[in-house]
Structure formats: C-alpha cells, structure tokens
Design a protein around this ligand. Structure first.
Ligand code: AMP
Ligand code: ZN
Length: 466
C-alpha cells in the first residue's frame, strides 16, 4: 500500500514523496500563548504528534518545528489588561502549554521557536518583500499587496478579482469576506503600550502571519515537506504564509498542507458563554485519565469533526484499561509450546495497522486493527495455546503500535542506550561464568548510571531510577 496524505492545496489524497530522500521537514502551527489551551487546540497538537510518530515509525528522519506565538493582538491585549509585561504573561502560558503536552504524552518536537526571538528574521523577510514590490508602506503598517501575488487564494480556493484595489485589514484575524491586503509590520500606537521593536522598518511589531514564514524557512529551508494546523488557519493564516514566502523566494513553500477539522462539544462550537468550553485542566480536575483524553482526541479521523462527549471519554477509558490489562496478562504469561498461528496473527495485525495509517492516517480503522489483534491473542492466552516467546513477540508488536499511538504507560517504552545494553550483557556473561565479583561490579556501575537490575525467573529486568 502506498502512503497517502490529503493535501488541502490539491483538495485530494496524494502519495507522500519527501523532498530529500529519507528526510521529512515539518512545521506545525503552535499555540498563541494568551490563555490555557483548550481541548480543541490539543486536537491539533495530537494530530501533528500522530503524523510525527508515524513518520518515525516508517523510518523517516524527521525535523519538526512548532512555533510559539508570543506577540500578536491577543497576547498584547490581555497582558495589558492584566497589567503585566508581555514576556511575563506569555511565559506563564507557554509553561502551562508544555506541561499539558507532557500530560497528554505528546512528544517534544525538535525546535519551538518564539516569535519575539525572531524579529530580525521577520524584518529581513519584510524588507525583501518591499524590495520586490510585494509590500508597501501605509500610515499604520506595512502591508502585503495580495493583487501583486498572482497565486493568492490557491490554498483556500478564493477568488480575489472582485476585491477593491488596496483595501486593507490591520487585524491579525479576519475572514474570507475580508480578503484584503494584510499587515506584515504594524507601526506602534498606544494600544501596544511598551510592546515594540525599533527596527529598520520603523518602531512597531510584526503582524501575526509573518512569524510562521520567517521561522519555518529559517529552520526547515525555503521549501519543505509538511505543514499542519487546524482548518481555521487555512484562511487567512496559511494563505498569507504562502504569499509571503513564495513572493520572497520564488519557490514552492510547502509540498503537503494537512489540516485537522475542529472539535465540537455536544455538537456545538465550544464557547465560554455556552458553558461547554474545556481546557485540559478542567477535565483533569474532573479526574479523567489523560490517556483517555488523548485517545478521544486522536480516535476520530482528523478530517472529520470530532464531537466530544463525556460518554466517549468513559468509553476511551475502558478501551485503555483493556489494553493495559492485556499487556499485564502477556507480561505474566507462561507457556511452553510455540504456536505458529501467532506469527500469522502478528503479520496480519501489522499489515492492517500500516494500511490504515498509510491511508491518510485513518486512525479509527487502525484502532480496530489493534483491538481485533487483542481479541485473537486473548483467545490463545485463555486456552493456553502459545508460548512465553510468542507472548514476547506480541508485546513487542504492541509496543511498536504504541510508539505511534502513545496511549500505554510510558515506562514500558523506554529504550536503553547501547552502552547500557552491553553492560547488562557483560553482566549476564559474568553470571554464567559464576564470576560473582565481576557481576556485582557491573551491577554497581549500572546503578551509578541510573539503572537498577533485578534477576527474575523470566530473566533480567531493569528499571530506571532518577
Ligand atoms: P491558536 O492557539 O488559536 O493559534 O490555535 C492553535 C491550534 O489549535 C491551531 O492549529 C488551531 O487551528 C487549532 N484549533 C483551534 N480551535 C480548535 C478546535 N475547536 N478544534 C480543533 N483545532 C482547533
Ligand atoms: Zn502559523
């Protein structure tokens, strides 16, 4: 089966072909850090995490960047309302965001660039656009001239012919009916308080869209493979990113645009006034299992709207318990006779899993493949129709699956370094030769490196200490 992803740019599924063999460069639009992120935001983060994990599963080398928007209309407005500096305000919510990602077992990406730390790169990009005639200076800001960029609208399939020439929008956020020239650099006014940079462009601060062009190209090159974000970002944010980047470089900016649909709560758009607005912390306070939350946010195909309900959350909790019990049973399983059927079942499960993921991350089918596998193997366990070695092979496939899904307990997945593995083997060797002094010496050495060794009936077990 070929690996296919749905490309918003082409409005269809396409075979995935990386630009540089074996290497994937990917950018995910990250949070605007002006509040606790809500579960809709985490749907976007968990989707990019799933893409990330599956690319690694398939053996690609990955460079993954996620920006932190720490200056824009909203962060400035709310930090001023609270009377704290922009930095103090955004650092607080950035810290909460990272804590939440860890709670949800979302892997760290390689680089989390902050907008405020890349003003120079943004200024250079705007200067380039001014030089090439794509940008112009007005009273309140430097604007991008969308009429000048002939491909404007190609991502959101927007026709701009009807637009009045030179109509402008200064706000960071606006809708398709207001597809106007947008602000690249906003000159300071009193609403921005002490938030400004003195630059060659004048005293001011960047518009929202320019950061993602400047930072993605800095870390991933002028053309890269994948860009992700929620559907609300298709217009104007990603449309503007394409315009800024391609006007500046003359090259295709991004090959595959992947967008996740929104999360609804009880079939309605989340909103504070409806009382159906949840941050991750709201759910944790209600004592929900974070892995069940991850499961719910992941289990609906990313291009469908996800209707979040508390019933689905409970069902997810049960699903995870079933998987954990299965892993425990396998761990304790003791059986003598190898069953050739196990290898067949493993092979089928692996194929079903990969076929579903290869088909534009069809995760609901992927999960049914996992549960079918669990059911089949459970039958063999109950009837004692496999060996301990078979059980080990099953565990190893489950761990492989979980390197993509990320829903099982973390400690199962930790990998040992080569050096530690060699020490453990050396110690086994010493024990076999009844060289107890040597074996004890190696045990102490491992302990110093943070690894505790236990000798059990089933063999050596290890544990990491902090
Ligand atoms: P923001 O912090 O608003 O810039 O959003 C961060 C990410 O969350 C973006 O990729 C958004 O598209 C995404 N997002 C925002 N609301 C939702 C939602 N209700 N469901 C899914 N994704 C969302
Ligand atoms: Zn962005």
């Amino acid at each position: 089966m070929v690996f296919k992803v749905y490309n918003t740019l082409k409005r269809k599924k396409e075979e995935f072909k990386e630009i540089e063999k074996g290497q994937v460069n990917m950018y995910s639009c990250g949070p605007t850090v002006y509040n606790f992120a809500h579960i809709g935001n985490f749907r976007a983060m968990i989707f990019s995490d799933l893409v990330r994990r599956y690319l690694k599963y398939k053996g690609y080398k990955l460079k993954h960047v996620m920006n932190i928007t720490d200056v824009d209309d909203k962060t400035i407005r709310d930090s001023r309302k609270e009377g704290v500096t922009l930095k103090e305000f955004t650092e607080r919510y950035t810290k909460y965001f990272f804590e939440d990602l860890e709670t949800l077992n979302v892997e760290n990406v390689d680089i989390y660039p902050r907008a405020t730390e890349h003003i120079k790169e943004m200024v250079n990009l705007v200067k380039n656009l001014l030089d090439k005639g794509y940008a112009y200076k007005a009273e309140d800001a430097i604007y991008f001239n969308i009429k000048k960029f002939k491909d404007y609208g190609k991502l959101s399939h927007l026709k701009i012919d009807e637009l009045k020439a030179g109509a402008r929008v200064a706000n960071d956020e606006y809708d398709k009916d207001n597809a106007h020239d947008f602000a690249l650099w906003k000159f300071w006014d009193e609403n921005d308080g002490d938030v400004f940079w003195e630059t060659e462009l004048g005293k001011g601060r960047p518009g929202w869209h320019i950061e993602c062009s400047a930072m993605s190209m800095k870390y991933l090159g002028e053309s890269f493979d994948i860009h992700t974000g929620g559907v609300d970002l298709i217009f104007p944010h990603h449309e503007n990113e394409i315009a800024q980047s391609e006007a500046a470089t003359g090259k295709e900016f991004v090959k595959y645009w992947l967008h996740n649909e929104h999360l609804l709560v009880e079939n309605k758009k989340m909103s504070k006034s409806l009382g159906n607005f949840y941050t991750l912390r709201d759910l944790l306070e209600k004592k929900y299992n974070p892995m069940a939350i991850r499961y719910v946010l992941m289990a609906t195909h990313y291009r469908q709207k996800l209707n979040f309900t508390f019933e689905t959350l409970e069902a997810a909790d049960n699903a995870i318990k079933r998987l954990e019990e299965f892993m425990e049973k396998l761990d304790e399983f003791n059986g003598q006779s190898n069953n050739p059927k196990v290898a067949e079942i493993i092979e089928k499960a692996r194929n079903d899993f990969e076929d579903a993921m290869d088909d534009d991350f069809n995760v609901s089918i992927t999960l049914s493949a996992v549960f079918d596998f669990v059911k089949e193997i459970n039958k063999l366990i109950m009837n004692n129709k496999m060996s301990s070695k078979d059980a080990e092979n099953v565990i190893s496939l489950m761990n492989k699956f979980d390197s993509v899904l990320g829903i099982l307990k973390k400690q199962e997945k930790e990998e040992l370094s080569k050096e530690i593995k060699q020490l453990i083997e050396k110690r086994q060797e010493a024990r076999k030769n009844k060289d107890w002094a040597e074996a004890d010496k190696i045990r102490d050495e491992l302990k110093e490196k943070g690894i505790i060794i236990k000798d059990t009936k089933e063999g050596v077990r290890w544990e990491k200490i902090n």
